[in-house]
Design a protein around this ligand. Structure first.
Ligand SMILES: Cc1cc2nc3c(=O)[nH]c(=O)nc-3n(C[C@H](O)[C@H](O)[C@H](O)COP(=O)(O)O)c2cc1C
Length: 175
């Protein structure tokens, strides 16, 4: 199969997730084109792809606008093809916030008109050493909903096994 992966990333974790997904799918014998939504050619042709993976991360409750715009522009095609969504957020990694993580996806689906055949809610990463003051405050008080400062260490929450299983299930249904 010829698979297109389009991703949006703000601090890099979804870029890493998309690259890992590409490697995994290539190892299963398929061709993969991996594109950053922030640098898409305006004349990008999608007709020769058999399957699509869209990966985006959540900031202030929204996925990257570049991904939202891409998916909105192509939702009719995506609805006719095997196409999966990987939504990366902190909420997806927090036990009591799974409904939040699903809410971000529900909004994305209603705004874009694309109904992904499969969706993975995947934990992202915290990079406190790279955040500015606003980013740090938002993550601590709004996303983590905790008043206490907590450990401000960088931490990766991504479940790489869940990602590999998801990619395999997607290839099975798409194949
Ligand atoms: C400023 C900021 C806002 C964020 N807002 C949310 C949010 O509203 N909900 C959530 O679940 N995660 C939120 N996150 C966590 C990110 O989704 C997580 O760090 C993810 O790994 C970022 O992926 P990226 O590195 O590909 O951009 C936020 C992170 C930052 C830095």
């Amino acid at each position: 199969m010829n698979v297109l992966i389009v991703y949006g990333t703000t601090e890099g974790q979804t870029g890493k997730i998309a690259a890992r997904t590409a490697t995994h799918i290539r190892e299963r014998g398929h061709q993969v084109e991996l594109l950053d939504s922030a640098a898409l050619a305006s004349d990008l042709k999608l007709g020769h792809f058999d399957a699509f993976v869209i990966a985006a991360s959540v900031h202030q409750e929204h996925h990257q606008e570049t991904v939202t715009n891409f998916v909105f522009a192509h939702h009719e095609l995506l609805n006719t093809k095997p196409a999966a969504l990987i939504s990366v957020s902190l909420s997806a990694a927090l036990q009591d916030q799974k409904t939040e993580a699903q809410k971000y996806v529900d909004r994305f689906v209603s705004v874009t008109g694309w109904r992904p055949r499969m969706t993975l809610l995947l934990g992202g990463a915290l990079r406190f050493t790279k955040y500015d003051y606003f980013q740090e405050q938002f993550v601590k008080f709004v996303v983590m909903k905790t008043g206490d400062p907590g450990p401000e260490r960088d931490h990766e929450f991504t479940d790489w096994n869940a990602l590999a299983n998801f990619a395999d299930r997607f290839l099975e249904t798409a194949g």
